[in-house]
Design a protein around this ligand. Structure first.
Ligand code: PHE
Length: 447
């Protein structure tokens, strides 16, 4: 582990990129992006998504890296160090609570499902799924709160053990193994999927450009997906940025992470739709697609159990590398602000967050509810539709206005790195990005 002034640092540029891409590549890439593409005009949607990625997504990501690296602090501490007006700390708190606590509390539950499905793929899921029983399997599992919590605890324990081992020796090392493994698994699944007889119909559904399906709603979906997928507005990239060396070139790192995240999301569609259509099944999204439809699809293939296992292992890696980043937001806050050592901060924070997940786990079986929503959905909507966009707007306004000159110095390493787009970046930060995010906020407001 290398360090500067006592703060840990990433061991290498590649390690940092793998960790940040690991945070970005998650369940959203596999189950949400391909579906949004299929429903919103195929390639037409991909073009809009890429346009928004290079205007809004990368803008906010770079701002977060700058805030983190300049302050060398956690999401809240960063604003204490950099902002004259203490009101800006609210932006950090929104990120900390959304990312470090709320999202992780329920993301750990879904990660637990992937473990259960990995095991079950090799032990009995396939024959049931072949008979169309995978919906009942999921229903019975979610109704069994003890089992759901059991797998959640396993997923959290694995995350805690990795994060407790530190930035270089824990998170970075794990991501350097899991990200390439995830990529190889994805390639295996793509080859299997596109070589099935009848796969062409799936490719047609996925990609045929149809601009008539591209509506205002599609653009909002693209933007919302972008923030979730790049893990923005949750304190993550501030926290990961705080472990960066002063000499690291931020713009090129940001673009690399963006390319990895977008490519994996795009490729996931090639693993999913050809197989779904080849087996004559209707495509869907989210939990239903992943845990109900796909087991049915795998069950119809030769060696289905193996491919099902490979798919859930891929999802597990995707979820785990995202969970590490979420836990690190909380851990870094606890370490910096309370001067607690990493091991204690990780175990303390991790156990607290696991407990915070219990009402969500219970709500999958029916209760508790809050404001008419299952507790699980409430946590999801509160973090993603309210806190995340508020935090992201705050980041743009801070880096674009209040802290603008320093942000420009930070992104170019005090003028040492040439960043040709700096003019556009500044304009995007001041105007375009906050306006776009405000539009998502208003349209997605749940209450
Ligand atoms: N970016 C992850 C995905 O695409 C989700 C995520 C959001 C992870 C927020 C961490 C924090 O699924």
């Amino acid at each position: 582990m290398s360090s500067s002034g006592g703060r840990e640092q990433w061991g290498s540029r590649l390690g940092f990129i793998m960790a940040a891409a690991g945070s970005a590549v998650g369940l959203g890439n596999v189950w949400r992006f391909p579906y949004l593409v299929g429903m919103n005009g195929g390639a037409a949607f991909v073009i809009v998504y890429i346009f928004l990625a290079i205007t809004v997504g990368i803008t906010v990501m770079l701002a977060e890296f700058c805030i983190g690296r300049a302050s060398q602090r956690n999401a809240v501490g960063a604003f204490k160090v950099l902002a004259k007006n203490p009101g800006w700390q609210l932006v950090g708190w929104l990120g900390l609570l959304a990312g470090g606590f709320i999202i992780l509390s329920y993301y750990g539950i879904i990660a637990g499902w992937t473990i259960k499905y990995m095991i079950h793929s090799l032990s009995g899921l396939m024959p049931i799924a072949a008979e169309g029983g995978s919906g009942d399997v999921l229903g019975a599992f979610l109704g069994n709160t003890k089992l759901v919590v059991f797998y959640q605890v396993i997923a959290m324990l694995i995350t805690i053990v990795i994060v407790a081992s530190g930035i270089g020796g824990g998170i970075e090392r794990a991501c350097k193994v899991m990200m390439p493994a995830l990529f190889i698994l994805l390639l295996i699944l793509i080859v299997r999927s596109v070589t099935l007889p009848g796969a062409g119909a799936g490719l047609d559904f996925y990609l045929r450009p149809d601009f008539s399906k591209l509506t205002g709603k599609s653009i909002l979906d693209a933007l919302g997906q972008q923030f979730f997928s790049l893990s923005l507005g949750m304190g993550i990239m501030i926290t990961y940025g705080s472990y960066l060396k002063k000499s690291e070139r931020l713009p090129s790192a940001g673009i690399t992470i963006l390319c990895i995240d977008t490519s994996i999301a795009f490729l996931a569609g090639f693993a999913i739709f050809p197989a779904v259509f080849a087996m004559g099944i209707e495509p869907g999204a989210g939990v239903g697609l992943t845990f109900v439809t796909l087991p049915g699809v795998f069950a119809k293939m030769p060696m289905g159990g193996f491919f099902s296992f490979a798919f859930f292992l891929l999802l597990f890696f995707a979820a785990l590398t995202s969970m590490m980043s979420l836990l690190e937001v909380a851990v870094s806050f606890i370490m910096d602000e309370f001067h607690i050592k990493r091991k204690a901060a990780t175990w303390g924070g991790g156990i607290l967050i696991t407990l915070l997940g219990l009402p969500s786990a219970m709500s999958l079986a029916g209760e508790p509810k809050l404001l008419g929503m299952d507790f699980f959905d409430f946590m999801d909507v509160l973090s993603n539709n309210v806190m995340m966009p508020l935090c992201a707007v705050g980041i743009c306004l801070f880096a674009g206005w209040a802290w603008a000159d320093s942000a420009r110095r930070e992104v170019t390493n005090d003028g040492l790195v040439s960043f040709g787009m700096i003019g556009l970046w500044t304009i995007a930060l001041k105007f375009f990005a906050p306006i776009m995010i405000a539009i998502i906020l208003v349209n997605g407001w749940p209450f």
